[in-house]
Design a protein around this ligand. Structure first.
Ligand code: PEP
Ligand code: MN
Length: 338
């Protein structure tokens, strides 16, 4: 891939001319309009990516090859941060957006109670799994379509947008009908055919880091979605598997500033799956915000001890409310609102 930087003076007509020129060469242009300048990413057959030829096009200032394996996700392609809009919230714009809700949708009453309380505490987005990826085939697998219906009814009543996981390529259409953000879980981060399908639809995507995935692999997975046309991708650090066994996973806090230096995409942290321990959710959340995370996704439950899934790491509604006031304090310390 080559990035073509246009002259500051480039008009809409010049940009259209550059795009046409690139298409005539049989290459695919991706436009990134920044505050300072417009950049056109060109993807295609390497032999056609002739720098000299691009420099001859009117309005072109510079043509630079991107050497990193991820291209559209890179800061080189888009120097300004990507803001992912979900209803009233803009994720990535220097505020901390908190998503909260139960691990799994169990009933209308359970989700409603969690949602009303989460909203009152300051959460902006409701989470809840209708399709659950479980290690055991005998464990509760989620309510499926009925779970999506429950989420939609609660959204209607409470007014919070919803983020919910898509487990299979076959479910992309149905999940995108209901969800405001489609979640790709850790186990599916490298399900490339599902990523491509999700990239071809327009709902924002929450892409979780695979439990054994490197930062570069996470960015390559984002690239699958971006290269199919959907730029509304939020990355999520949710802990990786290490030799440590006391916690469920090891939270890679450094992944937050690292990702933010490598990519323009917003980065959030899931302290619940990252630790697997309720008492670690608060300190890890605060660390994530201090490290520059654009948001958090936290598991909460009206009665964690009775949860059908991940009760051990879920906060009760009161604990979540306390967490939110601490998040506000830390966010303010790093110059952010919640
Ligand atoms: C979840 O958020 O419900 C979930 C299953 O998380 P992960 O994919 O990170 O394990
Ligand atoms: Mn869970």
């Amino acid at each position: 891939m080559m990035i073509i930087v246009l002259k500051k003076s480039a008009t809409v007509k010049t940009i259209a001319g550059v795009v046409k020129h690139i298409e005539d060469l049989g290459l695919k242009p991706h436009i990134s309009e920044g505050e300072e300048k417009t950049i056109v990413g060109v993807v295609g057959d390497e032999r056609k990516l002739d720098r000299e030829k691009f420099l001859q096009i009117e309005g072109v200032e510079e043509a630079i090859p991107i050497l990193k394996p991820y291209k559209l996700a890179s800061r080189e392609f888009r120097p300004d941060p990507t803001l992912v809009g979900v209803n009233g919230s803009r994720i990535g714009n220097g505020t901390v957006v908190v998503m909260a809700g139960p691990c799994a949708v169990e009933s209308y009453e359970q989700v409603l109670e969690a949602a009303e309380s989460a909203k009152a505490s300051g959460a902006k987005i409701l989470r809840g799994g209708a399709f659950k990826p479980r290690t055991s085939p005998y464990a509760f697998q989620g309510l499926g379509r009925a779970g999506l219906e429950i989420l939609a009814r609660v959204r209607e009543k409470v007014g919070l947008p919803i983020v919910t996981e898509c487990l299979s390529q076959d479910d992309v259409s149905i999940v995108s009908e209901y969800a405001d953000i489609i979640q790709v879980g850790a186990r599916n981060m490298q399900n490339y055919s599902m990523l491509e399908k999700i990239g071809r639809q327009s709902r924002p995507v929450l892409l979780k880091r695979g439990m054994m995935s490197t930062i570069e692999e996470l960015l390559m997975s984002a690239e699958y979605i971006l290269s199919n046309g959907n730029y509304n991708v939020i990355l999520c650090e949710r802990g990786i598997r290490t030799f440590e066994r006391i916690t469920r996973n090891t939270c890679d806090i450094a992944a937050v500033p690292l990702l933010k230096s490598l990519t323009h995409l917003p980065v959030i942290v899931d302290p619940s799956h990252a630790t697997g321990e309720r008492h670690l959710v608060q300190p890890v959340s605060l660390a994530a915000v201090a490290a520059g995370a654009d948001g958090l996704i936290v598991e909460i439950h009206p009665n964690p001890d009775k949860a059908l899934c991940d009760g051990h790491q879920s906060l009760n509604l009161e604990q979540f409310s306390q967490l939110m006031s601490q998040v506000r304090t830390v966010a303010a310390a790093v110059g952010k609102a919640v």
